[in-house]
Design a protein around this ligand. Structure first.
Ligand SMILES: Cc1cc2nc3c(=O)[nH]c(=O)nc-3n(C[C@H](O)[C@H](O)[C@H](O)COP(=O)(O)O)c2cc1C
Length: 145
């Protein structure tokens, strides 16, 4: 088996975007965490997945709400304060001012994988702003396009 450090170095080399995955908790308050593990799964039906650690404080909110919003961060500082509700009552807060795009997902499947859960969501809403460049994350650095 590959050593944990080597595994991290290998995986950190793969460039990704940065997503803030949000959900509304039982108390109706916003929860969220940063994830790089986010990708498209299927076009028809439109499915996307995110991998989140089993210890994540955001997981109970995703389970309670039955969905989440993947906010694909824009280059620049993350403000994380301004948010609005999606049309779907299962999606999480949309961080419009900080995002280049977002996908509102209803939770379709939760698959156990090691120390993470794979959350598969059906994308029910979304938008992108072609004028806003997404943030790129690789080798622990953040870059613009
Ligand atoms: C750039 C970046 C990418 C990350 N990617 C992931 C990820 O894909 N999955 C994950 O579970 N945590 C990821 N993390 C770590 C979580 O954001 C972090 O553990 C967070 O504190 C969890 O918050 P919560 O417990 O409130 O949900 C990432 C952190 C950063 C800064």
């Amino acid at each position: 088996m590959i050593e944990p450090r080597r595994y991290r170095e290998v995986m950190a080399t793969f460039p990704s975007g940065v997503v803030v995955l949000t959900a509304f908790g039982k108390d109706s308050l916003p929860r969220g965490l940063t994830v790089s593990a986010f990708c498209a799964v299927s076009l028809n039906p439109p499915l996307a997945l995110a991998c989140i650690e089993k210890t994540s404080n955001t997981l109970p909110a995703v389970q309670h709400a039955g969905g989440f919003t993947a906010n694909i961060l824009a280059t620049g500082r993350f403000d994380g304060i301004a948010w609005r509700r999606p049309e779907s009552d299962r999606g999480g807060p949309i961080l419009e001012a900080d995002s280049a795009a977002y996908a509102v997902c209803t939770l379709k499947e939760t698959i156990e994988a090691g120390d993470h859960w794979i959350l598969i969501g059906t994308v029910v809403e979304g938008a992108h702003d072609a004028n806003v460049p997404p943030m790129i994350f690789s080798r622990r650095g953040y870059f613009g396009l």
